[in-house]
Ligand binder design. Sequence first.
Ligand SMILES: OC[C@H]1O[C@H](O[C@H]2O[C@H](CO)[C@@H](O)[C@H](O)[C@H]2O)[C@H](O)[C@@H](O)[C@@H]1O
Length: 655
Amino acid sequence: VEVHVCDSTNSNNSVPRHCYTYFFNRFIYCNGPILAAVNYHALYNDSKEFVDMPMKQDPLVVSNAWYAKFGNTTAANLNKTDVQAFVNEYFSAAGTELIACTPDDWQEKPPKLATIADPALREWAYKLNGIWKTLCRKIDPAIEQHTSRYSLLYVPNNFIVPGGRFREFYYWDAYWIIKVCKASRVSVFIKLFQGLIACEMYNTTKSMIRNLATMVDQHGFVPNGGRVYYLQRSQPPLLSAMVYELYEATNDKDFIAELLPTLLKELNFWNEKRTVKVNLNGKEFEVYQYKTPSNVPRPESYRVDTVNSAKLANGMDKQQFYQDLASAAESGWDFSTRWFSDYKSLTTIETTKVLPVDLNGLLCWNMDIMEYLYEQVGDTTNSQIFRNRRAVFRDTVQNVFYNRTDGTWYDFNLRTQSHNPRFYTSTAVPLFTNCYNTLNTGKSQKVFDYMSVSKMGDFNYPGGIPSSMSQESTEQWDFPNGWSPNNHMIIEGLRKSANPEMQDQIRKKKVLRPFYERKNTCDEWSHRTKVSKFSLGTDDGVNEFFFQGFLIASKWVMGNFRVFYETGHMWEKYNVIGSYPQPGSGGEYDVQDGFGWTNGAILDLLLTYNDRLFVPDNFINATTASPVQTTTKVALTQLQNSWVVLFAILIYQLF
Ligand SMILES: OC[C@H]1O[C@H](O[C@H]2O[C@H](CO)[C@@H](O)[C@H](O)[C@H]2O)[C@H](O)[C@@H](O)[C@@H]1O
């Protein structure tokens, strides 16, 4: 079986060592004796540390030096001190090729944030805005001369990183990072002064999108993240959604025209490399799946992958195991019981047998967005092509993933030829992406019923919605961890299906995608607010969705706020249960702070609900010791005399 290391050249498979030149760094960072020895001797707690270290000399020099010193001695027979000395001599500290920067369009007090009515939340939003400066990076231009000495993928523009061990760009994280840069829903009050509102970070957003476009141009797809060891896999496809969000804020048709060929190329990657045919009830459907060709340990998790592969039962295929691990990493959900055949243990992983509902919901959105963007630049032919494709594919999603009995969408397992009926937040993605007949209001009601009653116990977790209810796993994308992208997509899915203007437009214009017809977000907001005023508290399904979306938003926002108050940090994930919200845990690395998508999702929600999210009066500084040992407590002075409450009280401000 051919070995697929982490770049498409597979440069260490067949090329003799003395022939390696330019791409030889893949041999250092993706496979080979140095990587094996560093991990065997556990030089670093986190395997990612070594593969992020730049080489001080060209890879061939480093490799020759290794062989000159150690020959073909196996890792087990090497001395740890000697290996460490070699690394110290030939490698610099991780991340030193990245330079901190301040985004050129950053401002201390963006006017939009002034619309947040609650003073404590507004102050918090300003602090989060300040964090963008600590997460901004540019690549040392000098590395362009010596790219082979780095695992970093060169991109020309500044970008925002997630934070912590995630020193480079990440694909799907970028969608929530840039959310805040768009002019999101503002209140009717602000609409009057809209001309005075300074533009937000559109340059940074464009730069980040252009960086990702560079990746598509060079590699044919957007890699998982900005390192060579991510070059065999992507992440949930959201590039077109980023372009769409930016366009909605700027109306910049030139930018769409520039990006459309790249978006098309990216979609072709998913069509050509990530589709599979499935037969159901005598009909054949083509759907998408996460399936990287990589079948070696992930370099950034080399040690844990090799240790876990040693636990496989006799006869189990290690290369298949590695492929399923890397494919789960492509999903962004690394790891979750979603991918395990026994729904408990990593060693039963079978990602490549799972047809994921979220990926298919996102591709459905991609088609919808392509139709819209082509239409905006006057290309009616391509717009029509995507309208047709999306119509067909929406039916595919309903046929393959929708479960009529339970009233929701599930992953489909190719091995069992059935749905996985366990609860995962991925169930809400088709709702978020409008990948259903929006005239069918009963469908969104059923999804809501499914989430609220049957599985989620009335969304009753104080800090938001956990990724799953699987309590037999300690994986990071399982209970009790809640993640920003999931919570945000559920909230937005409910909010959008509650949009009265949307319902109105469906009735009036008989269009299926009214979401994109909305040009003036202020109108939407003012209309919704008025509707809320007059019909709040009715049992009208529309308002129920809006209410539930807001309720989850208030839990997620106040849970994050509480933890920020306790620790001074924003985290990549949160433990949403218990009376004290905490950063999340589990998985293969320590919980990271920063954190790009967390900040982006919170800022977006603070603006979406700017006039109705309030810190309750009895929110107080806990007198008991915080369960979180980490960092400085941030003083939010106006909050210091209240008791601990886990989530915000719902306060509707009636106009
Ligand atoms: O090193 C282990 C894994 O780390 C990343 O995954 C997690 O962090 C990413 C950045 O925030 C996020 O996009 C992903 O959803 C998280 O699970 C990385 O993306 C993985 O490929 C990697 O194996």
